[in-house]
Design a protein around this ligand. Structure first.
Ligand SMILES: Cc1cc2nc3c(=O)[nH]c(=O)nc-3n(C[C@H](O)[C@H](O)[C@H](O)COP(=O)(O)OP(=O)(O)OC[C@H]3O[C@@H](n4cnc5c(N)ncnc54)[C@H](O)[C@@H]3O)c2cc1C
Length: 1010
């Protein structure tokens, strides 16, 4: 007997779908083949009158269509409006609200002058009329802000945004929304609703439980109302987002998802199924797609046992996914297997820009979504065709605002015999495409359901911005409909034709070509994709389980001296190799490493105790270093002809300095090690490489790989050993022509002194050292984004990154909320064995580090206020629980603790004073700024005496050639690693001036050739 508390068994993980990364043209070809023949002339003939009718009755001035027409998001005004919509309503303090409004309104031409024209002016006027009580005394100023007064404009803008929000939210509570829906049904009795309780991406369990209660309540209210009880097709229903119900709805947390999320969803099904309501699981990001199908199948299995007659269970499928057709077939297969009928909402997809960015950042082999809009349209129609064929198993809910798509669906239904209301219905978002559906529904047959968000403004923002983005895109149908310049023929052009020709037919360049033709992007791994993860898992298993790593012998002082002699002798030959040859060798090393990513990941897990995600990122960084420095060398170290007087030639040449000593740390035993070594090599130096004591095997393998790529043995020698013996001996050696060091400020000073003590040439020291890295958060920041950035920056890699966040400075107006959310998010972190995919935080590097961090934590527990500490269930050695403490002042932070320990201070008043205090700490490595006030971000970045500034994101994971990395002050000497100025520091310069008139006269001048 299945009961509420019966656990959901965890099935073995198998891939249900094809690889997400396939050739787009091929996938499109498959979709076209499934689609068959479609008479597009007929589609245009049906849809054109709808378009004409909608254009003849323009939408009211506050509707999305009008807004986008007046302020497209490609304009400064549109962007500003979107920023304000996203941020203003949550700002708690008046000063910041004024600063934000002034900053954003100042960016565009909102002020139409006479105050009568212009949408915002219009909205503001209505808002002012509606909210007299919000209007305090005017302040002086200029422009719109000046004439109306800063506070007034802010109040008006707030009201305008609230009005805008109300266009998209049906009500603040389910009761209010249903009342509103009843009102709308008076005019259009055929309307049904699917209510969406606003909120997504819960970061804490408390938030997830709050969302769960609101869904539960909503279903109960719908079930008890006259809008329920008519079967899933005719009743109102509910849409749920799984990310709202569980803070770790991720493939990596599959076990917990089955154990914790599924029972929650089941409590909703237990309410919806007996009432025969439609409950649809919304579609979210691509990396959740396979998992969502697994969950759907597991729930369907139980529904088949407990509610076999329920026909209202559903999910949304995104046509922009290159796997969309396979998803449709898989849902049909699940229906067949469990003998159920599902409801399936076919959408195009709402996260397109995010998916493209993710694929580029992760260096994936292709995009998991189509990269051209007509491709998505074709896939949508192909899925529709497939769904109509599956109509006995699936009732389809076609969600689109596109008149061409709607007319094509109607034509297809006629062809296939699918009937509206029986086999399918149409869906639209509340506040959108009302005009089009007013026309479409005049046929008296079309069944239409409105997706209706319900909730407070606080939860509206993410939803609203996504709608603005998706509809504001130039390619969006709603956007073009509002633009009378777009001819109906163009608006309704066949996607089948546009898919093969038309502007941008080549789509987005693949992620591997992100940096253009001269440098390939390193290949990443989608850890959520079984096929991609397979080799990595195998390599980790092979390395981690029985293997004992080889012992790398420590070099003696004598061996160091011998090696320096070899390298000194090898210098002439290596430095005289043509630049192109050295670059080709280094580039080859990058390619070899790229191909051996899995093997090196296995090694990094074993020796450096890194999590899988960190391992992949590290190998990629090393590959990027090889390719970047090879390209930089070719571009920057080539001989330059300099201008000068006639009768003389002048050239500038760069060449290697001699033997470079490269000393690297254990926290990036591959990337930093490789970066230093290949930079020195490609510039023409020979290299004595001393890795960290803790991670010699990674270094050994990298050196072997470099030799395999073609670096001669007398150009690169590995010298493993302790810093104060081997490191010190190398630095002190008279043959050392330069030192490149990454590590603590204290050791950098020792090296500096040792070099200064030597007679002979004064040699360069490139030192990259630690930081007391801060993040400043003002009250316009989005708490969810802040908490994500903080958790990643402070705790990822167990805080063992020199870029890691140590000091969070959060505005007092939002501090309580941010801290509460941070505590909740910390409670969700998985601390344990780094070889396991689910692990977020692995152990610290060694016993000494462990003891040092624990001593610091114990002291802080006595001296500071403990804010939160992640529970640790694993017995894996040397785990330090991520922990956060509140300090009273920034100055209380004295020392860099290289572990998952975060310090938090609150601030109020002048944000620039905060940056002054951060500067006064003396370090200058990384700095985070979280604000929606663009001018403030710009000002603070300039004020910070800090090497790497990150705005509205995390502050770790600098990408080679994209975020050149390195600090100033106590954080290092520069130049930045992975930046355009790095290689110069490894070079000596020579100018060669030849008097070409020396032989008696200037023949070239006289001959007229110069
Ligand atoms: C009732 C309803 C429920 C919805 N539920 C969900 C949901 O659960 N999950 C979800 O993700 N979305 C959901 N959406 C949003 C939906 O995915 C679309 O974003 C939206 O409906 C716009 O599509 P359209 O056909 O109306 O407009 P169109 O203008 O015809 O299509 C716009 C869509 O094309 C795609 N696109 C844009 N540019 C490109 C490009 N260069 N290459 C490839 N594709 C591109 C995008 O998906 C974009 O949204 C829902 C929409 C509705 C109406």
């Amino acid at each position: 007997m299945t009961t509420t508390s019966t656990p959901f068994p965890l099935p073995p993980q198998t891939a249900r779908l094809p690889l997400p990364y396939r050739d787009e043209a091929q996938v499109l070809g498959e979709a076209r083949a499934r689609l068959g023949v479609l008479d597009w002339h007929r589609v245009v003939a049906v849809a054109t009158p709808w378009v004409d009718a909608v254009r003849a009755h323009p939408a009211p001035f506050w509707a999305m269509e009008s807004l986008l027409k007046e302020y497209p998001i490609s304009s400064a005004e549109g962007l500003a409006l979107m920023r304000l919509a996203e941020a203003l309503l949550r700002v708690p303090d008046v000063e910041t609200a004024i600063a934000l409004t002034a900053d954003q309104l100042g960016r565009g031409e909102f002020d139409s002058g006479d105050g009568s024209k212009g949408l915002l002016a219009g909205l503001s006027a209505s808002a002012i009329a509606l909210s007299k009580k919000f209007l305090p005394d005017a302040e002086s100023g200029s422009g719109l802000l000046g004439r109306l007064g800063a506070r007034t404009v802010v109040a008006a803008t707030v009201r305008a945004l609230q009005l805008l929000g109300r266009q998209f939210v049906l009500g603040r509570s389910i009761a209010e929304a249903m009342g509103e829906a009843d009102g709308q049904r008076q005019a259009q009795p055929g309307l049904r609703y699917s209510y969406d309780m606003l909120g997504e991406g819960a970061r804490t369990d408390a938030d997830a439980l709050r969302y769960l209660r609101s869904y539960q309540n909503a279903i109960e209210v719908i079930a008890a109302s006259p809008a329920g009880g008519k079967g899933p097709e005719a009743s109102d229903g509910i849409s749920i987002k799984l990310s709202a119900l569980f803070p770790r709805y991720e493939d990596a947390q599959r076990e917990r998802v089955f154990a914790e999320l599924l029972p929650r969803v089941w409590t909703l099904i237990e309410r919806a199924a007996p009432a025969h309501l439609n409950l649809t699981i919304d579609a979210e990001e691509v990396d959740r797609l396979e998992l969502s199908l697994e969950l759907f199948d597991a729930l369907a299995a139980r529904i088949a046992q407990v509610y076999p007659l329920w026909r209202g269970f559903g999910l949304a499928v995104q046509a922009y996914q290159t796997r969309a057709l396979a998803v449709v077939d898989e849902v049909a297969a699940i229906a067949r297997k469990h003998q159920l009928r599902f409801m399936l909402r076919l959408v195009k997809g709402a996260y397109w820009d995010g998916e493209v960015k993710r694929a580029q950042e992760q260096g994936l082999p292709a995009y998991p979504v189509f990269t051209r809009k007509p491709h998505t349209d074709v896939a949508y129609l192909a899925c529709a065709q497939a769904l109509m064929a599956h109509r006995e198993l699936i009732y389809t809910q076609f969600a689109t605002h596109n008149a061409g798509t709607i007319a094509a669906l109607q034509a297809m239904a006629l062809q296939t015999g699918a009937e509206p209301g029986r086999h399918f219905e149409m869906q639209r978002l509340h506040g959108m495409a009302e005009g089009i559906y007013r026309e479409v529904m005049k046929d008296g047959r079309t069944a239409c359901r409105v997706y209706a968000p319900v909730g407070e403004h606080r939860d509206l923002l993410a939803y609203l911005v996504r709608r603005l983005l998706e509809n504001g895109a130039n390619s969006s149908f709603v956007h073009q409909l509002a633009d009378p310049q777009v001819d109906p023929a163009e608006l309704l052009a066949s996607p089948l034709l546009l898919a093969v020709q038309g502007p941008g037919a080549e789509g987005q360049p693949l992620p591997v070509h992100l940096y253009g033709e001269s440098r390939r992007n390193s290949a990443g791994v989608d850890l959520t994709c079984l096929a991609q993860r397979g080799p990595l898992d195998a390599a980790v298993r092979a390395t981690v389980l029985p293997t004992v790593l080889p012992t790398v012998p420590m070099a003696t002082a004598g061996q160091c001296a011998v090696a320096m002699g070899v390298l000194q002798a090898g210098f002439a030959a290596w430095s005289e190799r043509p630049l192109a040859e050295r670059a080709a060798i280094v580039r080859r090393a990058g390619d070899l490493l790229d191909a051996r990513l899995a093997e090196f990941c296995g090694l990094l897990v074993k020796e450096a105790h890194k999590t899988l995600g960190d391992c992949v990122a590290e190998v990629r960084e090393a590959v990027d270093f090889c390719r970047y420095y090879a390209t930089q060398a070719e571009q920057r170290l080539a001989e330059q002809v300099l201008p000068g007087p006639t009768g003389e030639s002048n050239v500038l040449r760069l060449h290697g300095r001699g033997v470079f000593v490269c000393i690297s740390p254990w926290n990036f035993p591959l990337a930093i090690f490789a970066g230093q070594v290949v930079a020195a090599l490609v510039a023409g130096n020979t290299v004595a490489a001393k890795p960290a004591e803790q991670t010699p095997v990674v270094a050994l393998r990298m050196v072997a790989l470099l030799h395999e790529a073609g670096v001669p043995a007398d150009a690169l020698q590995l010298l493993h050993g302790l810093g104060d013996t081997v490191g010190a001996a190398l630095v002190a050696d008279s043959r050392t022509a330069g030192v490149c060091f990454t590590g603590s400020t204290q050791v950098a000073r020792l090296i500096n002194r040792s070099l200064a003590m030597k007679d002979g040439p004064i040699v360069p020291l490139i030192a990259e050292t630690g930081g007391l890295n801060a993040m400043v958060v003002d009250s316009t920041a989005l708490p969810e984004q802040v908490v994500d950035a903080v958790v990643q920056s402070a705790f990822r890699s167990a805080g063992q990154r020199c870029s890691a966040l140590r000091l969070l400075c959060v505005h007092e107006g939002i501090a309580d909320g941010v801290i509460e959310m941070l505590k909740g998010a910390m409670a969700e972190l998985q601390v344990g064995d780094p070889a396991e995919l689910r692990c977020d935080v692995g152990p610290v590097i060694d016993d000494e580090a462990y003891a040092g961090i624990q001593a610091h934590v114990q002291r802080l527990k006595a001296e500071a206020k403990l804010l939160g500490e992640t529970p640790v269930a694993s017995a894996f050695p040397r785990l330090v629980a991520p922990v956060a403490f509140e300090l009273k002042a920034i100055g209380e932070l004295k020392q860099e603790i290289f572990g998952p320990v975060l310090h938090v201070v609150r601030w109020g008043g002048d944000v620039e004073a905060v940056v002054r205090e951060v500067n006064a700490l003396g370090y200058g490595l990384t700095f985070g700024i979280q604000t929606r006030i663009d001018s403030r971000a710009e000002r603070l970045a300039r004020q910070a005496r800090i090497g790497n500034v990150y705005v509205n994101r995390n502050m770790i994971g600098a990408v080679v050639g994209v975020q050149p990395f390195g600090g100033e002050g106590l954080s290092g000497t520069g130049p930045k690693a992975g930046g355009p100025h790095y290689l110069y520091r490894f070079c000596a310069e020579q100018t060669v001036t030849i008097n070409t008139a020396a032989a008696g006269g200037n023949a070239a001048l006289l001959a007229g050739t110069v």
